[in-house]
Ligand binder design. Structure first.
Ligand code: PAF
Length: 276
C-alpha cells in the first residue's frame, strides 16, 4: 500500500493507479470501515483501477464544544488495517495541506442538511460537504463509498454531488453491527461496560418501532411509545423520527427511514433503519 501525505504525491500515485474508488474516513477504523474498503474492491474489480482511503480528522465538521481533541487516533493501527483489507493507497493530509492559510471557500448544502444532525451540530454538514468535495477532487475518485450508519450525511453527499455535477458515483453501504445490534462507531470505545450493554437498546427500539409501523400503528403513537421507552431506559434522546429517506423531511407514511440520536454518558449514538 502506498501512502501519500501531500497533494503532489497523491496526484502522482492516483495518475499511476488509474480510476480510484475512495473510502473517506476519519481513522480509528473498525469493521464498518473495512466493509467499505471491501465494497470499494468490488467496484475496482468491475472498473479497474485502485482502492484509496483517506484518513483525516476534519476540524471543520466539529463544533466548538465537540470532541475534536479526544477523537480517537491510531495511525499505525489504521494503516495496518487498511493494508490488510486490500487498500492500495492511503491519503493522510495534514490540516495545513487540507486547509491552507487564507482559505475562504466552503460548501453549504441545503435540503437534507436541515434538521436532525444539522440542528444538533450547526456547521457540521458544511464541514463534511467541504472536506468530501475536496477529497473527491484531490483523488479524482470515480466512486466513493459511505456507510448508511450516517444516513443524513449520505443524503447530503448525494445531494452535493448531484447539484455540483461532480463526476463520481456515491455508493451507500449497509451499517455493520455488533452481535447485539449496536451500530459500529469509532466513538463506541468511550462507552462504559454498563453503557455498552445499554447501547444495544437503541437499535432494538428502532426495530420494534419499524415493526409497529409495518403492522399499521400510526407513526405518532409508535414514535411516542419508543421515545418514552428510551427515556425510561436512561437515554438522553435528541431525536427519534420517521423521515422521507432522501429529503429527511418528517413524514408519517411508509416507506420511510427511522433515524435516531441518543446520548449515553458522554457518547452520542446515531442509528437508523428502513421502515416499510
Ligand atoms: O463519516 C466520516 O467519517 C466523516 O464525516 C467523513 C465522511 C470522512 C468526512 O470527514
Amino acid at each position: 500500500m502506498r501512502i501519500a501525505r501531500d497533494l503532489s504525491s497523491l496526484r502522482a500515485e492516483a495518475a499511476r493507479l488509474g480510476p480510484i474508488a475512495l473510502v473517506p474516513t476519519m481513522g480509528a477504523l473498525h469493521e464498518g470501515h473495512l466493509s467499505l474498503i471491501r465494497a470499494a474492491r468490488r467496484e475496482v474489480a468491475a472498473m479497474g483501477g485502485a482502492v484509496a482511503a483517506s484518513i483525516f480528522v476534519n476540524p471543520l465538521q466539529f463544533g466548538p464544544n465537540e470532541d475534536l481533541s479526544r477523537y480517537p487516533r491510531d495511525e499505525a493501527g489504521d494503516l495496518a488495517a487498511l493494508e490488510g483489507a486490500g487498500c492500495d493507497l492511503a491519503w493522510l493530509p495534514s490540516v495545513e495541506a487540507m486547509y491552507p492559510p487564507g482559505r475562504a471557500t466552503a460548501i453549504e448544502v441545503g435540503g437534507p442538511s436541515e434538521g436532525w444532525e444539522g440542528t444538533a451540530r450547526p456547521g457540521h454538514f458544511r464541514g463534511v460537504a467541504t472536506v468530501c468535495a475536496k477529497l473527491f477532487l484531490q483523488t479524482g475518485a470515480r466512486v466513493a463509498m459511505f456507510g448508511e450508519k450516517d444516513w443524513q450525511q449520505l443524503q447530503v453527499i448525494r445531494r452535493m454531488v448531484a447539484d455540483l455535477d461532480l463526476p463520481l458515483r456515491i455508493v451507500g453501504c449497509p451499517t455493520v453491527r455488533e452481535a447485539d445490534g449496536l451500530a459500529m462507531s469509532s466513538r463506541n470505545r468511550f462507552l462504559s461496560p454498563a453503557e455498552r450493554h445499554q447501547a444495544a437498546r437503541l437499535f432494538a427500539a428502532l426495530t420494534e418501532t419499524a415493526t409497529a409501523l409495518g403492522a399499521g400503528q400510526p407513526a405518532a403513537a409508535a414514535l411516542a411509545a419508543a421515545r418514552a421507552r428510551l427515556a425510561a431506559e436512561g437515554f438522553g434522546l435528541d431525536y427519534l423520527a420517521l423521515v422521507e429517506p432522501e429529503s429527511l423531511r418528517e413524514t408519517d407514511s411508509l416507506p420511510g427511514r427511522l433515524i435516531a440520536a441518543a446520548r449515553l454518558g458522554s457518547v452520542r449514538l446515531l442509528d437508523n433503519i428502513a421502515a416499510g
